[in-house]
Design a protein around this ligand. Structure first.
Ligand SMILES: NC(=O)c1ccc[n+]([C@@H]2O[C@H](COP(=O)([O-])OP(=O)(O)OC[C@H]3O[C@@H](n4cnc5c(N)ncnc54)[C@H](OP(=O)(O)O)[C@@H]3O)[C@@H](O)[C@H]2O)c1
Length: 160
């Protein structure tokens, strides 16, 4: 099973401000939807609460110490940690799983991920939440596609 981090990141590395994404890009949201559709998407509690409802067409998995918060939502799964969530996906024979943030989850997942798909937005913004450092000793970077508001980059973990 391939573990893929997916994130939209501003030119100055911001991913969030005051609990939400500090820009609105329809184009990037469509890209995210197309890329993740049909596969499990793992999110931290704060990210899921900021979206407010499950993402359609994908198994929504939330990492939280308080699964009670999510009882009202049908068809989502909660785990206490990333390891348990990945174990569940592996046992259910998913070909790939996406880690969709936020910062806390990315920071742990970056060690476990095989690939990262980063939408690099064409602008800087003020923010309080940042994507973790990407170590070029660990990750190979290739250019993906160019859109109006962003460019995609694919990072693959170097083979040791
Ligand atoms: N630009 C983007 O692509 C993008 C994507 C996603 C999110 N965001 C932004 O990122 C911000 C949210 O990030 P965040 O770091 O505050 O929150 P987060 O990672 O979404 O959620 C943090 C919470 O999730 C649980 N959690 C996350 N990682 C965990 C781990 N490894 N082990 C155990 N529990 C874990 C904990 O919940 P409990 O407290 O219940 O234990 C933790 O308090 C928002 O501004 C959001 O809009 C941006």
């Amino acid at each position: 099973m391939k573990i893929i981090i997916i994130a939209a990141v501003s030119g100055n590395n911001v991913i969030g401000r005051e609990g939400t994404i500090p820009w609105h890009s329809k184009e990037e949201l469509s890209y995210f939807k197309e890329t993740t559709y049909g596969f499990p998407v793992i999110m931290g509690k704060n990210t899921f609460l900021s979206i407010g409802k499950p993402l359609t067409g994908r198994l929504n998995i939330i990492i939280t110490s308080n699964p009670q918060l999510f009882i009202k939502f049908e068809d989502i799964k909660c785990f206490f940690n990333l390891k348990e969530a990945l174990f569940f996906c592996e046992n259910n024979y998913f070909e790939r799983v996406f880690i969709a943030g936020g910062a806390k989850l990315y920071s742990e997942a970056i060690e476990k991920a095989d690939e990262m798909i980063i939408s690099r937005m064409n602008f800087d913004v003020e923010g309080d939440t940042f994507f973790p450092y990407i170590d070029p000793e660990i990750w190979d970077k290739t250019k993906g596609e160019k859109y109006n508001e962003f460019e995609t980059y694919i990072y693959t973990k170097k083979v040791k």
